[in-house]
Design a protein around this ligand. Structure first.
Ligand code: NAD
Ligand code: UFG
Length: 344
């Protein structure tokens, strides 16, 4: 019996694979490697000392996906696979809708065919839109402001309809806030393609000398220092949340959404200061205009996850900065570096 991890070679997926393997689960990973490298999975194996199967399969290829279920005894699925860049989704909406929604439909159809009805799904705090209510509970009004966010909202609806049609389905929808940081080994981490659009990888790439300076988007928000406030959560805490959600879907049927965050907000300047303090590196920055679509403050009400999953984040922003820096400083070019060395 194994847990299928779609998108398992990506940032959050690889961290969750480590936790699953360390907890004794057998896993099978499916990823088309569009936004990740197989090197991450080699390192998951190195960290855990455990072997597992990897299929380079696209969820859009239902026939190949079917074979994964045919040849393995899958009991539950953790579904990370998807495209996630907000800006890109605005320019390429059809690709995002096709990849994220058709990919999920194919997965659900194959799961249904093989009688696998337990799923943990990666949603996002982006489904809360721009209301600005804080802390945000799971029953806050939902609203998406870009195609990426709409794929998450639509998939949430699809999963609820699936459960209505067959109450034996058991689905946990996890709404992540702002995942940052890396496994403490420094061997796996976030490896964005091109110039990062998110704050933490931008900070680490400035600190390592790949980028000149950080632009802080907005200095006039109604926050303690004028910069945007977010609920940053350590990738390892987030990964552990998936194991708690897995326990829940294994134990009972239903469909429920859970916020995964720390419940605390930190400003851009607070994160920069914490990073400089714990790493001893300076992060030059300048203020720039607000980024379109950004809200001032966003942090989670995490009481439901604590109450119903028995999960709470344990790590603070200093841990996130130390671990994020360990990954970036020992892999200045992400996973690419090791591949280049191997070729020589
Ligand atoms: P990631 O891009 O590192 O990982 C996603 C993985 O899915 C990649 O390895 C990619 O190659 C794979 N993939 C994409 N489309 C696929 C397809 N059609 N078939 C097979 N594999 C496919 O992203 P991540 O940061 O690890 O995010 C994982 C999930 O969590 C995503 O669904 C994302 O939308 C969601 N999420 C991420 C964040 C964040 O800030 N990282 C926040 C909220 C939600
Ligand atoms: N920021 C900067 N400079 C940068 C990048 C970001 O000042 O170069 C600021 C933003 O304005 C914001 C904060 O840093 O105030 C965090 O920005 P991120 O881009 O890191 O994260 P967001 O909160 O905008 O969005 C992220 C994901 C979304 C997801 C959302 C909620 O990118 O996909 O968290 O989970 F929906």
């Amino acid at each position: 019996m194994a847990v299928l991890v779609t998108g398992g070679s990506g940032y959050i997926g690889s961290h969750t694979c480590v936790e699953l393997l360390n907890a004794g689960y057998d896993i099978v990973v499916v990823d088309n490697l569009h936004n990740s490298r197989v090197e991450s999975l080699r390192r998951v194996r190195e960290i855990t000392g455990r072997a597992f199967k990897f299929y380079e399969v696209d969820l859009l290829d239902q026939e190949e996906l079917d074979k994964v279920f045919l040849y393995n005894h899958i009991e539950a699925v953790i579904h990370f696979a998807g495209l996630k860049a907000v800006g890109e989704s605005v320019h390429l909406p059809l690709w995002y809708y096709h990849n994220n929604i058709t990919g999920t439909l194919n997965l659900c159809k194959v799961m249904q065919k093989y009688g696998v009805k337990r799923m943990v799904f990666s949603s996002s705090a982006t489904v809360y839109g721009t209301s600005g209510q804080v802390p945000i509970p799971e029953d806050a009004p939902l609203q998406a402001t870009n195609p990426y966010g709409r794929t998450k909202l639509m998939i949430e609806e699809i999963l609820r309809d699936l459960h209505t049609s067959d109450p034996l389905w058991s689905i946990a929808i996890l709404r992540y806030f702002n995942p940052i940081g890396s496994h403490e080994s420094g061997r796996i981490g976030e490896d964005p393609n091109g110039i990062p659009s998110n704050l933490m990888p931008y900070i680490t790439q400035v600190a390592v000398g790949r980028l000149k300076e950080l632009q802080v988007f907005g200095s006039d928000y109604p926050t303690m220092d004028g910069t945007g406030v977010r609920d940053y959560i350590h990738a390892v805490d987030l990964a552990k949340g998936h194991l708690k959600a897995l326990d829940k879907v294994m134990a009972e049927s239903g469909v429920d959404a859970y916020n995964l965050g720390t419940g605390r907000g930190h400003s851009v300047l607070e994160l920069v200061a914490a990073f400089e303090r714990v790493t001893g590196r300076s992060v030059p920055y300048k203020f720039a205009a607000r980024r379109a679509g950004d809200i001032a403050v966003c942090y989670a009400d995490v009481s439901k996850a604590k109450r119903e999953l028995g999960w709470a984040a344990e790590k603070g922003i200093e841990d996130m900065c130390i671990d994020g820096w360990r990954w970036q400083s020992s892999n200045p070019n992400g996973y690419q570096q090791e591949i280049e060395i191997a070729v020589k």
